[in-house]
Design a protein around this ligand. Sequence first.
Ligand SMILES: Cc1cc2nc3c(=O)[nH]c(=O)nc-3n(C[C@H](O)[C@H](O)[C@H](O)COP(=O)(O)O)c2cc1C
Length: 157
Amino acid sequence: MKIGMIVYSQTGNALNACEKIKPVLDAAGHDVTIEKVEIKRDSPRSTAEITITNAPDPKKFDALVFASPVQAFSLAVPMQKYMQTIGDISGRKTALLVTKGLPFKWTGAAHAFAQLKEYTASAGAEPAGEIVIWRSHSTEQDMLKAAEKLKSMFAAQ
Ligand SMILES: Cc1cc2nc3c(=O)[nH]c(=O)nc-3n(C[C@H](O)[C@H](O)[C@H](O)COP(=O)(O)O)c2cc1C
């Protein structure tokens, strides 16, 4: 299956998680591509004022992982803006991944997943799985567990 891991990553953790997960999915016979949502900041004072400079096309893939950090108890604003551009992704198996600093789901992960699910619902897809990676608490073992979870989700197609 052609899997697109579409990631926004400000300081590298979400990207690192995708890079750890990709080889496990590749080894299961999938064709996995990591594509980055890229931005430029329009204002040094506001995290909300940004322009997306690279918006990956999710329609190229049979299955999708949307990955982003939690910021300010929410989905990072650049990912919010990107998700509004994705169009119709119906028929594609979809999973969500968030990275975060604070080790409790209520410190933003639940809200970020709810936001992601609103965007994917508008785009015609219902995510089949959610993964949280804690910046300083997730081990290599946790990354492998996350990869195995995605592998079984995408195998069930
Ligand atoms: C501006 C900002 C706001 C953040 N807000 C939260 C938050 O509300 N809850 C949380 O758990 N982590 C928060 N974090 C931590 C990040 O989610 C965490 O470091 C994440 O792994 C960063 O992913 P990235 O390296 O892919 O950008 C915040 C980080 C930044 C820079």
